[in-house]
Write a protein that binds this ligand. Sequence first.
Ligand code: AMP
Length: 465
Amino acid sequence: MNLYDRLAAQFPADRARPCFLLEGGQISYGELEAGAGRIAALLISKGVVPGDRVAVQTDKTPQAVMLYLATLKAGAVFLPLNTAYTASEVEYFLTDAEPALFVADAVALAAEASPLTPLPASVPRADEDLASIIYTSGTTGRSKGAMLTHGALYANATALHQAWGFTERDVLLHALPIFHVHGLFVALHCAFLSGAPMVWLAKYEDAPVLAGLAPSTVMMGVPTFYTRLLNNPGFTKDAAAHMRLFICGSAPLLESTFGEFEARTGQRILERYGMSEAVIITTNPLVGERIAGSVGYPLPGVALRIGGGEATGVIEIKGPSVFSGYWRMPDKTAEDFTADGYFMTGDVGRQDRDGRVWISGRAKDLIICGGYNVYPKEIELILDELPGVTESAVIGLPHPDFGEAVAAVVIGSGDEAAMIAGLREKLAAFKAPKRIFFVDDLPRNAMGKVQKNLLRQTYAGTFSG
Ligand code: AMP
Protein backbone atom coordinates (compact mmCIF):
# COMPACT_ATOMS: atom_id res chain seq x y z
CA MET A 1 0.00 0.00 0.00
CA ASN A 2 1.17 3.52 -0.78
CA LEU A 3 2.69 5.14 2.34
CA TYR A 4 0.58 8.23 1.66
CA ASP A 5 -2.65 6.22 2.03
CA ARG A 6 -1.41 4.60 5.22
CA LEU A 7 -0.65 8.00 6.73
CA ALA A 8 -3.85 9.63 5.44
CA ALA A 9 -5.90 6.77 6.92
CA GLN A 10 -4.93 8.17 10.34
CA PHE A 11 -5.71 11.82 9.61
CA PRO A 12 -8.52 13.00 11.93
CA ALA A 13 -12.03 12.06 10.81
CA ASP A 14 -12.88 15.73 11.24
CA ARG A 15 -10.64 17.12 8.51
CA ALA A 16 -11.25 20.64 9.81
CA ARG A 17 -8.87 19.86 12.67
CA PRO A 18 -5.59 21.75 12.41
CA CYS A 19 -2.43 20.17 11.06
CA PHE A 20 -0.15 23.24 11.04
CA LEU A 21 -0.39 25.83 13.79
CA LEU A 22 1.27 28.92 12.34
CA GLU A 23 2.06 32.32 13.75
CA GLY A 24 -0.81 33.98 11.92
CA GLY A 25 -3.33 31.16 11.56
CA GLN A 26 -3.60 27.49 10.82
CA ILE A 27 -3.89 24.92 8.05
CA SER A 28 -6.27 22.01 8.51
CA TYR A 29 -5.75 18.35 7.69
CA GLY A 30 -8.38 18.78 4.97
CA GLU A 31 -6.31 21.54 3.38
CA LEU A 32 -3.17 19.41 3.64
CA GLU A 33 -4.95 16.55 1.88
CA ALA A 34 -6.38 18.77 -0.85
CA GLY A 35 -3.05 20.53 -1.37
CA ALA A 36 -1.18 17.23 -1.65
CA GLY A 37 -3.82 15.94 -4.10
CA ARG A 38 -3.54 19.01 -6.32
CA ILE A 39 0.25 18.95 -6.37
CA ALA A 40 0.14 15.22 -7.16
CA ALA A 41 -2.10 16.04 -10.14
CA LEU A 42 0.35 18.74 -11.20
CA LEU A 43 3.36 16.41 -10.92
CA ILE A 44 1.61 13.88 -13.16
CA SER A 45 0.62 16.58 -15.65
CA LYS A 46 4.29 17.56 -15.82
CA GLY A 47 5.13 14.02 -16.89
CA VAL A 48 6.32 12.58 -13.56
CA VAL A 49 5.75 8.81 -13.64
CA PRO A 50 6.03 6.22 -10.83
CA GLY A 51 9.64 5.71 -9.76
CA ASP A 52 10.76 9.13 -11.03
CA ARG A 53 12.77 11.19 -8.59
CA VAL A 54 11.45 14.60 -7.53
CA ALA A 55 14.36 16.62 -6.17
CA VAL A 56 13.44 19.42 -3.78
CA GLN A 57 15.49 22.24 -2.33
CA THR A 58 13.03 24.61 -0.77
CA ASP A 59 12.17 26.58 2.35
CA LYS A 60 10.44 24.80 5.22
CA THR A 61 6.76 25.57 4.58
CA PRO A 62 3.45 23.65 4.81
CA GLN A 63 3.53 23.59 0.98
CA ALA A 64 6.85 21.70 1.13
CA VAL A 65 5.10 19.06 3.26
CA MET A 66 2.24 18.94 0.74
CA LEU A 67 4.86 18.38 -1.96
CA TYR A 68 6.38 15.49 0.01
CA LEU A 69 2.97 13.83 0.37
CA ALA A 70 2.10 14.60 -3.26
CA THR A 71 5.28 12.89 -4.44
CA LEU A 72 4.35 9.74 -2.49
CA LYS A 73 0.78 9.91 -3.78
CA ALA A 74 1.98 10.16 -7.38
CA GLY A 75 4.20 7.10 -6.84
CA ALA A 76 7.39 9.13 -7.31
CA VAL A 77 10.51 9.26 -5.13
CA PHE A 78 11.06 12.23 -2.81
CA LEU A 79 14.62 13.58 -2.82
CA PRO A 80 15.08 16.45 -0.36
CA LEU A 81 18.22 18.56 -0.43
CA ASN A 82 19.76 20.66 2.32
CA THR A 83 18.89 24.30 1.71
CA ALA A 84 22.52 25.20 2.46
CA TYR A 85 23.82 23.35 -0.59
CA THR A 86 25.35 25.58 -3.25
CA ALA A 87 24.55 25.35 -6.96
CA SER A 88 27.61 23.22 -7.65
CA GLU A 89 26.73 20.81 -4.85
CA VAL A 90 23.15 20.57 -6.11
CA GLU A 91 24.51 19.80 -9.56
CA TYR A 92 26.17 16.65 -8.22
CA PHE A 93 22.87 15.37 -6.78
CA LEU A 94 20.95 16.18 -9.95
CA THR A 95 23.52 14.40 -12.09
CA ASP A 96 23.60 11.40 -9.78
CA ALA A 97 19.86 11.04 -9.18
CA GLU A 98 18.57 12.22 -12.60
CA PRO A 99 15.29 13.56 -11.23
CA ALA A 100 12.35 14.16 -13.57
CA LEU A 101 11.70 17.42 -11.75
CA PHE A 102 13.66 19.80 -9.54
CA VAL A 103 11.55 22.02 -7.28
CA ALA A 104 13.20 25.15 -5.89
CA ASP A 105 10.03 26.82 -4.56
CA ALA A 106 7.25 24.68 -3.08
CA VAL A 107 5.00 27.69 -2.44
CA ALA A 108 5.08 28.65 -6.12
CA LEU A 109 4.42 25.02 -7.11
CA ALA A 110 1.40 24.85 -4.79
CA ALA A 111 0.07 28.10 -6.30
CA GLU A 112 0.48 26.65 -9.79
CA ALA A 113 -1.46 23.54 -8.68
CA SER A 114 -4.29 25.50 -7.03
CA PRO A 115 -6.73 25.46 -10.08
CA LEU A 116 -6.36 21.67 -10.47
CA THR A 117 -8.67 18.95 -9.21
CA PRO A 118 -6.92 16.87 -6.54
CA LEU A 119 -5.73 13.48 -7.74
CA PRO A 120 -8.43 11.20 -6.30
CA ALA A 121 -6.60 7.91 -5.80
CA SER A 122 -2.93 7.38 -5.02
CA VAL A 123 -0.76 5.50 -7.48
CA PRO A 124 -0.56 1.97 -6.01
CA ARG A 125 2.81 1.14 -4.47
CA ALA A 126 4.15 -2.03 -2.85
CA ASP A 127 6.21 -2.18 0.34
CA GLU A 128 9.44 -2.67 -1.61
CA ASP A 129 8.87 0.32 -3.92
CA LEU A 130 11.10 3.30 -3.38
CA ALA A 131 9.57 6.26 -1.48
CA SER A 132 12.59 8.47 -0.90
CA ILE A 133 16.29 8.91 -1.43
CA ILE A 134 18.19 10.67 1.35
CA TYR A 135 21.73 11.72 0.53
CA THR A 136 24.12 11.24 3.44
CA SER A 137 26.21 14.23 4.39
CA GLY A 138 29.29 12.57 2.92
CA THR A 139 32.12 13.83 5.06
CA THR A 140 34.39 11.24 3.44
CA GLY A 141 34.15 10.67 -0.28
CA ARG A 142 31.07 11.10 -2.42
CA SER A 143 27.68 11.63 -0.85
CA LYS A 144 25.59 8.46 -1.10
CA GLY A 145 21.83 8.27 -1.69
CA ALA A 146 20.18 5.98 0.88
CA MET A 147 17.12 4.36 -0.71
CA LEU A 148 14.11 4.04 1.61
CA THR A 149 10.98 2.15 0.61
CA HIS A 150 7.30 2.70 1.39
CA GLY A 151 7.42 -0.39 3.64
CA ALA A 152 10.56 0.72 5.52
CA LEU A 153 9.23 4.18 6.28
CA TYR A 154 5.86 2.84 7.40
CA ALA A 155 7.43 0.20 9.64
CA ASN A 156 9.56 2.81 11.40
CA ALA A 157 6.69 5.27 11.69
CA THR A 158 4.36 2.79 13.40
CA ALA A 159 7.12 1.59 15.75
CA LEU A 160 7.86 5.17 16.86
CA HIS A 161 4.22 6.18 17.11
CA GLN A 162 3.75 3.31 19.53
CA ALA A 163 7.08 3.57 21.39
CA TRP A 164 6.56 7.23 22.19
CA GLY A 165 2.86 6.92 23.03
CA PHE A 166 1.52 9.41 20.49
CA THR A 167 -2.23 10.13 20.48
CA GLU A 168 -4.58 12.66 18.90
CA ARG A 169 -4.25 14.73 22.08
CA ASP A 170 -0.60 15.49 21.29
CA VAL A 171 0.71 18.70 19.82
CA LEU A 172 4.17 18.40 18.28
CA LEU A 173 6.59 21.33 18.36
CA HIS A 174 8.33 21.12 14.96
CA ALA A 175 11.40 23.33 14.60
CA LEU A 176 13.65 20.86 12.71
CA PRO A 177 14.61 21.13 9.05
CA ILE A 178 12.63 18.85 6.70
CA PHE A 179 15.47 17.88 4.33
CA HIS A 180 16.72 15.29 6.86
CA VAL A 181 15.11 12.09 8.19
CA HIS A 182 14.63 13.57 11.67
CA GLY A 183 12.27 16.45 10.78
CA LEU A 184 10.89 14.79 7.65
CA PHE A 185 10.08 11.19 8.60
CA VAL A 186 10.43 10.90 12.37
CA ALA A 187 8.52 14.05 13.27
CA LEU A 188 5.95 14.28 10.46
CA HIS A 189 4.99 10.61 10.49
CA CYS A 190 4.41 10.60 14.27
CA ALA A 191 2.12 13.62 13.91
CA PHE A 192 0.25 12.19 10.90
CA LEU A 193 -0.30 8.76 12.45
CA SER A 194 -1.85 10.56 15.45
CA GLY A 195 -3.83 13.07 13.41
CA ALA A 196 -2.17 15.59 15.72
CA PRO A 197 -1.38 19.25 15.05
CA MET A 198 2.13 20.68 14.86
CA VAL A 199 3.37 24.04 16.07
CA TRP A 200 5.20 24.76 12.83
CA LEU A 201 8.37 26.85 13.02
CA ALA A 202 10.55 27.50 9.99
CA LYS A 203 13.65 26.99 12.14
CA TYR A 204 14.89 26.96 15.72
CA GLU A 205 14.76 30.41 17.32
CA ASP A 206 14.59 30.92 21.06
CA ALA A 207 11.53 33.14 21.36
CA PRO A 208 9.14 31.21 19.05
CA VAL A 209 10.26 27.87 20.50
CA LEU A 210 9.69 29.11 24.04
CA ALA A 211 6.24 30.42 23.08
CA GLY A 212 5.52 27.19 21.18
CA LEU A 213 6.09 25.06 24.26
CA ALA A 214 2.95 26.42 25.91
CA PRO A 215 0.40 24.68 23.65
CA SER A 216 2.64 21.67 22.82
CA THR A 217 3.07 18.26 24.41
CA VAL A 218 6.08 16.81 22.55
CA MET A 219 9.23 18.37 21.11
CA MET A 220 11.78 16.68 18.90
CA GLY A 221 15.18 18.29 18.72
CA VAL A 222 18.89 17.96 18.17
CA PRO A 223 21.22 18.51 21.16
CA THR A 224 21.88 22.14 20.20
CA PHE A 225 18.15 22.92 20.64
CA TYR A 226 18.42 21.78 24.24
CA THR A 227 21.64 23.63 25.03
CA ARG A 228 20.14 26.77 23.54
CA LEU A 229 16.96 26.39 25.57
CA LEU A 230 19.03 25.94 28.73
CA ASN A 231 21.02 29.09 27.95
CA ASN A 232 17.76 31.03 27.96
CA PRO A 233 16.62 32.23 31.41
CA GLY A 234 13.02 32.26 30.12
CA PHE A 235 13.16 28.47 29.88
CA THR A 236 11.85 27.50 33.30
CA LYS A 237 10.08 24.56 34.85
CA ASP A 238 6.80 26.38 34.23
CA ALA A 239 7.65 26.95 30.57
CA ALA A 240 8.01 23.18 30.14
CA ALA A 241 5.06 22.23 32.33
CA HIS A 242 2.64 21.45 29.48
CA MET A 243 5.13 19.11 27.79
CA ARG A 244 4.98 15.35 28.27
CA LEU A 245 8.07 14.46 26.22
CA PHE A 246 11.33 15.98 24.99
CA ILE A 247 13.03 13.74 22.40
CA CYS A 248 16.61 14.21 21.27
CA GLY A 249 18.83 12.71 18.60
CA SER A 250 20.90 13.07 15.39
CA ALA A 251 24.01 13.77 17.46
CA PRO A 252 25.20 12.72 20.92
CA LEU A 253 23.50 14.45 23.85
CA LEU A 254 26.02 15.54 26.46
CA GLU A 255 25.43 14.07 29.91
CA SER A 256 25.75 17.59 31.30
CA THR A 257 22.88 18.77 29.08
CA PHE A 258 20.73 15.83 30.19
CA GLY A 259 21.51 16.62 33.84
CA GLU A 260 20.95 20.37 33.60
CA PHE A 261 17.71 19.80 31.76
CA GLU A 262 16.40 17.53 34.47
CA ALA A 263 17.49 19.94 37.20
CA ARG A 264 15.72 22.83 35.44
CA THR A 265 12.47 21.14 34.38
CA GLY A 266 12.19 17.92 36.36
CA GLN A 267 11.94 16.07 33.00
CA ARG A 268 14.42 13.58 31.55
CA ILE A 269 15.18 14.02 27.86
CA LEU A 270 14.45 10.86 25.87
CA GLU A 271 17.49 10.19 23.66
CA ARG A 272 17.25 8.01 20.59
CA TYR A 273 19.67 6.98 17.85
CA GLY A 274 19.12 6.88 14.14
CA MET A 275 20.59 7.49 10.74
CA SER A 276 19.52 8.19 7.15
CA GLU A 277 20.03 4.50 6.30
CA ALA A 278 17.54 3.16 8.87
CA VAL A 279 15.62 6.14 10.31
CA ILE A 280 15.39 5.31 14.05
CA ILE A 281 17.28 2.28 15.41
CA THR A 282 17.18 2.54 19.21
CA THR A 283 15.31 4.60 21.77
CA ASN A 284 15.23 5.14 25.49
CA PRO A 285 11.93 4.00 26.98
CA LEU A 286 8.85 6.17 27.34
CA VAL A 287 8.01 4.29 30.53
CA GLY A 288 11.10 3.14 32.38
CA GLU A 289 14.48 4.62 33.02
CA ARG A 290 16.10 7.01 30.58
CA ILE A 291 19.81 6.98 31.16
CA ALA A 292 22.17 9.82 30.23
CA GLY A 293 24.76 8.66 27.72
CA SER A 294 22.80 5.62 26.51
CA VAL A 295 20.65 5.67 23.38
CA GLY A 296 18.37 3.00 24.83
CA TYR A 297 17.06 -0.25 23.39
CA PRO A 298 16.64 -1.44 19.79
CA LEU A 299 13.13 -0.73 18.50
CA PRO A 300 10.84 -3.75 18.28
CA GLY A 301 11.73 -5.69 15.13
CA VAL A 302 15.33 -4.41 15.00
CA ALA A 303 18.07 -7.01 15.44
CA LEU A 304 21.23 -5.31 16.72
CA ARG A 305 24.66 -6.80 17.37
CA ILE A 306 28.24 -5.67 17.81
CA GLY A 307 30.46 -6.80 14.94
CA GLY A 308 33.88 -8.35 15.36
CA GLY A 309 33.05 -10.32 18.48
CA GLU A 310 34.52 -7.62 20.78
CA ALA A 311 32.71 -5.91 23.63
CA THR A 312 32.97 -2.61 21.78
CA GLY A 313 32.78 -2.59 18.01
CA VAL A 314 30.80 -1.52 14.98
CA ILE A 315 27.04 -1.68 15.47
CA GLU A 316 25.31 -3.94 12.96
CA ILE A 317 21.56 -3.92 12.38
CA LYS A 318 18.86 -5.76 10.51
CA GLY A 319 15.17 -4.91 10.45
CA PRO A 320 12.16 -3.72 8.50
CA SER A 321 13.22 -0.07 8.33
CA VAL A 322 16.78 -0.61 7.10
CA PHE A 323 17.39 0.98 3.68
CA SER A 324 17.55 -1.11 0.55
CA GLY A 325 20.93 0.13 -0.68
CA TYR A 326 22.81 3.18 -1.94
CA TRP A 327 21.43 4.64 -5.14
CA ARG A 328 23.44 3.38 -8.11
CA MET A 329 26.30 2.17 -5.86
CA PRO A 330 25.91 -1.62 -5.77
CA ASP A 331 29.56 -2.14 -4.75
CA LYS A 332 29.38 0.30 -1.85
CA THR A 333 26.07 -1.29 -0.78
CA ALA A 334 27.60 -4.78 -0.85
CA GLU A 335 30.60 -3.55 1.18
CA ASP A 336 28.36 -2.23 3.96
CA PHE A 337 26.25 -5.37 4.46
CA THR A 338 27.47 -8.59 6.04
CA ALA A 339 26.96 -11.95 4.33
CA ASP A 340 24.00 -12.62 6.63
CA GLY A 341 22.28 -9.37 5.77
CA TYR A 342 23.23 -7.00 8.61
CA PHE A 343 23.98 -3.37 7.78
CA MET A 344 27.27 -2.17 9.26
CA THR A 345 26.32 1.24 10.57
CA GLY A 346 29.84 2.63 10.96
CA ASP A 347 28.98 3.63 14.53
CA VAL A 348 31.09 2.11 17.26
CA GLY A 349 29.34 1.10 20.44
CA ARG A 350 28.47 -1.58 22.94
CA GLN A 351 25.36 -3.20 24.34
CA ASP A 352 25.13 -3.80 28.08
CA ARG A 353 23.62 -6.81 29.82
CA ASP A 354 20.19 -5.13 29.93
CA GLY A 355 20.29 -4.63 26.17
CA ARG A 356 20.91 -0.90 26.34
CA VAL A 357 23.10 0.53 23.60
CA TRP A 358 25.95 2.98 24.26
CA ILE A 359 27.58 4.75 21.32
CA SER A 360 31.21 5.79 21.42
CA GLY A 361 31.44 7.49 18.04
CA ARG A 362 31.93 6.87 14.35
CA ALA A 363 34.37 4.13 13.30
CA LYS A 364 36.16 6.62 11.09
CA ASP A 365 36.79 8.84 14.11
CA LEU A 366 38.58 6.02 15.91
CA ILE A 367 42.18 7.03 16.61
CA ILE A 368 45.01 4.55 16.21
CA CYS A 369 47.98 5.81 18.17
CA GLY A 370 51.12 3.68 17.96
CA GLY A 371 48.96 0.66 17.15
CA TYR A 372 46.55 1.16 20.05
CA ASN A 373 42.87 1.95 19.52
CA VAL A 374 41.65 5.10 21.21
CA TYR A 375 37.92 5.79 21.41
CA PRO A 376 37.45 9.59 21.45
CA LYS A 377 34.32 9.37 23.60
CA GLU A 378 36.26 7.94 26.55
CA ILE A 379 38.50 11.00 26.63
CA GLU A 380 35.71 13.46 25.83
CA LEU A 381 33.72 12.28 28.84
CA ILE A 382 36.67 13.01 31.13
CA LEU A 383 37.44 16.37 29.50
CA ASP A 384 33.79 17.47 29.77
CA GLU A 385 33.97 17.06 33.54
CA LEU A 386 36.89 19.49 33.91
CA PRO A 387 36.23 23.01 35.21
CA GLY A 388 36.17 25.53 32.35
CA VAL A 389 35.22 22.93 29.73
CA THR A 390 31.76 23.12 28.13
CA GLU A 391 32.24 20.55 25.40
CA SER A 392 35.12 18.73 23.75
CA ALA A 393 35.99 16.94 20.54
CA VAL A 394 38.88 14.50 20.54
CA ILE A 395 40.54 13.78 17.20
CA GLY A 396 43.51 11.92 15.79
CA LEU A 397 46.13 13.97 13.94
CA PRO A 398 48.98 12.69 11.75
CA HIS A 399 52.10 12.12 13.85
CA PRO A 400 55.55 11.12 12.55
CA ASP A 401 56.20 8.53 15.30
CA PHE A 402 52.77 7.24 16.32
CA GLY A 403 50.92 7.37 13.00
CA GLU A 404 48.23 9.34 14.78
CA ALA A 405 48.33 11.28 18.00
CA VAL A 406 45.43 12.31 20.22
CA ALA A 407 44.46 15.98 20.32
CA ALA A 408 41.48 17.72 21.86
CA VAL A 409 39.55 20.77 20.73
CA VAL A 410 37.68 22.23 23.66
CA ILE A 411 34.99 24.88 24.08
CA GLY A 412 36.20 26.79 27.13
CA SER A 413 39.47 27.86 28.59
CA GLY A 414 42.20 26.60 30.87
CA ASP A 415 45.91 25.94 31.27
CA GLU A 416 46.82 23.48 28.53
CA ALA A 417 49.88 21.99 30.22
CA ALA A 418 48.13 21.56 33.58
CA MET A 419 45.13 19.95 31.94
CA ILE A 420 47.27 17.49 29.99
CA ALA A 421 49.19 16.62 33.16
CA GLY A 422 45.89 16.03 34.97
CA LEU A 423 44.62 13.76 32.18
CA ARG A 424 47.84 11.74 32.24
CA GLU A 425 46.98 10.69 35.79
CA LYS A 426 43.64 9.29 34.67
CA LEU A 427 44.50 7.90 31.26
CA ALA A 428 47.15 5.66 29.73
CA ALA A 429 49.86 7.82 28.15
CA PHE A 430 48.85 6.91 24.58
CA LYS A 431 45.28 8.06 25.27
CA ALA A 432 46.08 11.41 26.89
CA PRO A 433 45.86 14.32 24.44
CA LYS A 434 49.23 15.69 23.39
CA ARG A 435 47.68 19.04 22.58
CA ILE A 436 44.51 20.84 23.68
CA PHE A 437 43.13 23.68 21.59
CA PHE A 438 40.65 26.13 23.13
CA VAL A 439 37.88 27.50 20.92
CA ASP A 440 34.64 29.47 21.26
CA ASP A 441 32.61 26.95 19.30
CA LEU A 442 32.97 23.70 17.37
CA PRO A 443 32.08 23.39 13.66
CA ARG A 444 28.68 21.68 13.29
CA ASN A 445 26.43 20.65 10.43
CA ALA A 446 22.74 21.53 10.15
CA MET A 447 21.79 18.77 12.60
CA GLY A 448 24.26 19.97 15.24
CA LYS A 449 26.79 17.21 14.63
CA VAL A 450 30.38 18.20 15.34
CA GLN A 451 32.32 17.96 12.07
CA LYS A 452 35.48 16.21 13.16
CA ASN A 453 36.69 16.00 9.57
CA LEU A 454 36.94 19.82 9.55
CA LEU A 455 38.81 19.82 12.87
CA ARG A 456 41.26 17.24 11.50
CA GLN A 457 41.87 19.50 8.50
CA THR A 458 42.31 22.62 10.63
CA TYR A 459 44.87 21.05 12.95
CA ALA A 460 46.42 18.60 10.45
CA GLY A 461 49.92 20.10 10.65
CA THR A 462 50.15 20.15 14.46
CA PHE A 463 52.61 17.27 14.83
CA SER A 464 53.78 16.70 11.31
CA GLY A 465 53.93 20.22 9.89
P1 AMP B 1 22.49 11.09 9.60
O1 AMP B 1 22.47 9.98 8.59
O2 AMP B 1 22.90 12.40 9.04
O3 AMP B 1 21.19 11.16 10.32
O4 AMP B 1 23.60 10.74 10.67
C1 AMP B 1 23.52 9.54 11.39
C2 AMP B 1 24.59 9.48 12.42
O5 AMP B 1 24.35 10.40 13.48
C3 AMP B 1 24.64 8.14 13.12
O6 AMP B 1 25.30 7.16 12.33
C4 AMP B 1 25.37 8.49 14.40
O7 AMP B 1 26.76 8.56 14.18
C5 AMP B 1 24.85 9.89 14.69
N1 AMP B 1 23.79 9.88 15.70
C6 AMP B 1 22.47 9.94 15.54
N2 AMP B 1 21.82 9.92 16.72
C7 AMP B 1 22.77 9.82 17.68
C8 AMP B 1 22.76 9.75 19.12
N3 AMP B 1 21.63 9.81 19.81
N4 AMP B 1 23.96 9.64 19.74
C9 AMP B 1 25.10 9.58 19.05
N5 AMP B 1 25.18 9.66 17.72
C10 AMP B 1 24.03 9.78 17.04
